[in-house]
Design a protein around this ligand. Structure first.
Ligand code: HEM
Length: 305
């Protein structure tokens, strides 16, 4: 994760959508839009381009949108439906993804409405997920999430495209998946059995010295991949008493690290499936490219706009 000089660093700092590298906020909201037949995609994108991206917001474009705009974004592809050993991860690729974060859930709702208005009728809201921070940043299982995220300059180098020039540098790729938990499957387990699913000690967050190979942190150990599979995770819990889970969000300068980890979680490397799948199931999945900013607005020159 090396830097390409001080000027590259400054360009990344100035051009990235800032919320990509911000800590998990108190409240979040994720919107996924599909396209209606006949949508005026260039018109909507031109309107969106005029808007200053509001603080705490990240906007990502999916391949259905870039194709409709007649453009190709290098490194962007459609989320693959992955079938593993006794498990599957669905693809529900959308055209546009918006992450809203802040301290007031009502303000997020109105920010989302305003952006939807800008997009216009051609964009259909397919997923609208209200999220919240749990304690110090825990998943609803109670385990701390995000501990092994790269920090500071490493986070920037991991999450942001650099060295590709204006219109690309400071952009990021995001993997989005919504997981639905069945916590009633965890409740009867002993604390030790739960720790073995995750690979960390619940109370102390210390990594277990002898976790089984199926433990999530063993499956996902970023340094154990060749090349290493670092990503910047910004996941948040979603839902209510009846239905709930994790809105999984991982940023990277490419989508490859995420996909290699997911394939190993699915047992495709060695037949061993991630312990998490004992109690959770992915119900959506999409890949998006988060363009850089120019003067606080989306820089869409890569799309010819
Ligand atoms: C319901 C779904 C998930 C839950 C509840 C979950 C929870 C956790 C927890 C509690 C940790 C340990 C603390 C930390 O380092 O953050 C962790 C680590 C990690 N997770 Fe997940 N995770 C989920 C899905 C995923 C997915 C889909 C991926 C990527 C494909 C992933 C990638 C990682 C990585 C890279 C680490 C750090 C591993 C390391 O280097 O030690 N997680 N996750």
């Amino acid at each position: 994760m090396a830097w390409r000089g001080a000027s590259g660093y400054m360009r990344l700092m100035t051009h990235a959508q800032p919320a990509i590298l911000s800590p998990v906020p108190a409240h979040g909201r994720y919107l996924v839009f599909g396209l209606r037949p006949g949508a005026d995609v260039p018109g909507s994108l031109r309107r969106l381009q005029k808007v200053r991206v509001p603080e705490g917001t990240v906007i990502g474009l999916g391949e259905p949108l870039t194709l409709a705009a007649g453009a190709a974004v290098s490194g962007l592809r459609t989320f693959p439906a992955i079938t593993g050993v006794g498990c599957s991860f669905p693809a529900t690729q959308g055209a546009l993804w918006i992450s809203l974060g802040g301290i007031d859930a009502g303000e997020l709702l109105h920010r989302g409405r305003a952006l939807r208005e800008v997009l216009g009728e051609g964009f259909r809201l397919d997923e609208d997920v209200s999220c919240f921070k749990y304690g110090t940043g825990r998943d609803l299982t109670g385990y701390e999430d995000g501990t092994e995220n790269p920090k500071g300059a490493n986070a920037m180098a991991t999450a942001l495209v650099q060295g590709d020039g204006p219109g690309r540098d400071g952009s990021s790729f995001v993997a989005w998946q919504r997981y639905r938990h069945d916590l009633s499957r965890l409740d009867p387990l002993s604390p030790k059995a739960r720790d073995h699913l995750i690979g960390r000690h619940h109370a102390t967050n210390v990594e277990l010295a002898h976790a089984p190979a199926s433990a999530h942190v063993k499956r996902a150990a970023q340094e154990s991949f060749d090349p290493e599979a670092f990503m910047v995770r910004r996941s948040m819990p979603w839902g209510g008493v009846g239905e709930h889970g994790l809105a999984f969000v991982a940023y990277g300068h490419s989508l490859d690290a995420f996909e290699r980890v997911l394939r190993r979680m699915a047992g495709l490397d060695d037949g061993i499936v991630d312990g998490l799948l004992q109690f959770t199931q992915a119900i959506s999945g999409g890949y998006y490219w988060c363009p850089p900013l120019h003067g606080g607005r989306l820089d869409l020159r890569t799309l010819g706009l």
